[in-house]
Design a protein around this ligand. Structure first.
Ligand code: GDP
Length: 586
């Protein structure tokens, strides 16, 4: 059963499938939706159909619960269902600031925040809690105070898309830099509207036109050049352009008609959390819909707790937090993770049942939800199911990156298109893996490596990361995946070892009188001759004799005579390693 409208991420929950699958189904239907977008029942039903599921609309009146299990399902629906369209009220937009290091993200956030000091209770101790809200000309705007792409994409990889508008900070004196490009890729993949803040405009070496050109090269065409992205020249230092920047953000936000239902039990997201020595677990929560109240029983991730106290970004105790309001909450028994969902529940028993349900779903999702691997893409292409292969490219140097991109563009893409959602020089980073996980992409590395945190995240998200050293291998595999002809993987299986104890010669052929040390020897398989640990020959095991008779196999502990096909240079003390090359289904 689905409500009249539902948020994409909640639909994934209700269908017990990955958000990635839901978005993919929507995209296939021509609907470009973000994770926290609300869609109507008809669309949701179509998505469900695409995913082979049937759904019905929630009946007008909630049926009487008949048992505990059904009661839980009913509650889940009420708690997870989206807002009643009749009760929707405008809510403050939520803004994230991204950009290259030192381009002024922190300075800009601070400048915006202090714009507002007079409007709010002056003198209040501003405390860092990961998010704050300002009041500007009678309207509220929420800023996430956690600059850094890793935080943004890590949240998104966990299905937590909280940003409505992103400010892309680019220093006018430094222009587009690697992290600017990374931010653009991440924002594009997330489908978040961008406002460019061209910062440090006060500097004498500021070169706005140069930066605008660079942005265009990276697919950000600003309004002045006929594109869709607004750009505001600002200075965090002189405060020039700050008001215009906020005006522009509000304009972009207004197009989205952001609403929430303040009259329902709260749903929010954890922005930050830590353990405080005196106060215990502290979590900054951004309420997304509903109103969170002091005393509410909440399920946060899989933790059940009670909101014992709530403080706002001024450190002031508050009793309620309406949509888009960030608050710090106390009273959780454990520290939740950033990106965890908070849901207010009617009582502790329900909360516990819900937490158990979420734990089960998480366990199921661990095996289910992950981006496709290159091999799965290949399978999908073969079945005619895939339309697009999303790639993240990382290479050691710019030259290889350009060469790879150029070659990829030349691969015929009639049926399946290659979409490079991000490319950059450097090792594969945690942020790349998160981007891949959130976007259903495969990571292709060239002459580089996965750094340690990236490896950890790749293992947990099961993102397919492929590192190549030879450009043709890389291209071959991508092309094979695209055309559905990926060759099976060849794996080596060692059968056993035999030590050469005696040498005989017959008709100029060397027969190695050997003892099988482990495994077995088999006629006709591959064999390596090892001398002092080094391979001195690699070929076929031609003849195998036990006593005087030909044998097919000779097992460990037995003596045998071995002839290596076409190879007579065998010495006492050499080791013969028999092995097989097997084609393994990918
Ligand atoms: P972040 O790494 O992006 O957070 O950058 P910061 O906010 O830490 O700023 C980096 C440096 O640039 C600091 O030394 C700031 O004082 C300086 N800076 C930031 N904004 C401006 C600006 O508008 N004008 C000038 N001249 N300097 C700025």
């Amino acid at each position: 059963m689905l409500p009249k409208t539902i948020v994409v991420v909640d639909l994934a929950g209700a269908l017990e499938t990955g958000v990635v699958d839901v978005i993919r189904a929507l995209v296939n239907m021509g609907v470009m939706a973000t994770i926290n977008q609300t869609i109507d029942f008809e669309t949701a039903a179509l998505v469900a159909g695409e995913l082979g599921r049937e759904v019905v609309a929630v009946a007008e009146a909630t049926p009487e619960p008949t048992g505990e299990a059904e009661e839980l399902v009913g509650l889940k629906e009420i708690l997870w269902s989206n807002d009643d369209p009749a009760k929707l009220r405008p809510r403050a937009p939520v803004i994230t600031v991204l950009g290259h290091v030192d381009h002024g993200k922190t300075s800009l956030l601070d400048a915006i925040r202090s714009t507002n000091v007079t409007a709010r209770e002056a003198g209040g101790i501003t405390q860092h809690m990961g998010a704050y809200q300002i009041e500007y000309e009678g309207r509220r705007v929420t800023f996430l105070d956690t600059p850094g792409h890793a935080a943004f994409t890590a949240m998104r990889a966990r299905g937590a898309q909280v940003t409505d508008v992103a400010i892309l900070v680019v220093a006018a004196d430094d222009g587009v830099q690697p992290q600017t490009i990374e931010a653009i890729s991440h924002l594009r993949a997330a489908g978040v509207p961008i406002v460019v803040a061209l910062n440090k405009i006060d500097k004498s070496d500021a070169n706005p036109d140069h930066v605008k050109g660079q942005l265009a090269e990276h697919g950000i065409t600003i309004e002045e050049y006929g594109g869709e992205t607004p750009l505001v020249a600002v200075s965090a230092r002189t405060r020039q352009g700050l008001a215009e920047l906020i005006d522009t953000i509000l304009l972009v936000a207004d197009v989205q008609e952001l609403t929430a239902d303040p009259d329902r039990p709260a749903i929010g997201r954890v922005i930050e959390a830590h353990l405080d020595k005196g106060r215990g677990p502290v979590a900054t929560v951004l309420v997304q819909t509903g109103t969170l109240e002091r005393g509410d029983v909440v399920v946060v991730g899989t933790i059940v707790g009670k909101v014992r106290a709530m403080t706002d970004d001024k450190g002031k105790n508050v009793g309620r937090a309406e949509p888009s309001r960030p608050v710090e909450i106390l009273g959780l028994p454990e520290v939740p993770e950033a990106g965890d969902v908070l849901r207010a529940a009617p009582d502790e028993k329900t909360a516990k049942a819900l937490a158990a349900e979420i734990t089960r779903e998480r366990a199921a999702a661990m095996t289910g939800e992950r981006p496709p691997t290159l091999d799965e893409m290949f399978a999908k292409v073969k079945q005619g199911k895939a339309k697009e292969l999303k790639l993240i490219l990382k290479a050691d140097v710019q030259g290889s990156l350009e060469a790879i991109k150029g070659a990829l563009a030349k691969i015929p893409q009639d049926e399946v298109t290659v979409n490079v959602i991000h490319d950059a020089v450097g090792d594969v980073s945690e942020s790349d893996v998160n981007l891949a996980a959130a976007s259903g992409a495969i990571i292709i590395g060239f002459s580089n490596k996965l750094d340690v945190p990236a490896k950890r995240v790749a293992e947990s998200t099961k993102v397919d990361v492929r590192i190549y050293k030879i450009i043709y291998e890389l291209l071959d595999e991508v092309q094979a995946a695209l055309t559905g002809m990926l060759e099976p993987l060849l794996v080596e299986q060692v059968l056993g070892h035999a030590e050469v104890r005696q040498i005989f010669t017959a008709n100029k052929t060397t027969i190695a009188g050997s003892m099988v040390m482990d495994g077995f020897m088999r006629r006709g398989v591959q064999a390596r001759l090892l001398r002092g640990g080094e391979t001195v020959h690699d070929g076929l095991l031609g003849t195998l004799k036990r006593m005087k008779d030909d044998a097919r196999e000779v097992a460990a502990g037995l003596e045998c005579g071995i002839v290596l096909e076409g190879h007579n240079d065998v010495l006492v003390g050499d080791m013969i390693e028999a092995y097989l090359i097997q084609a393994k289904a990918r």
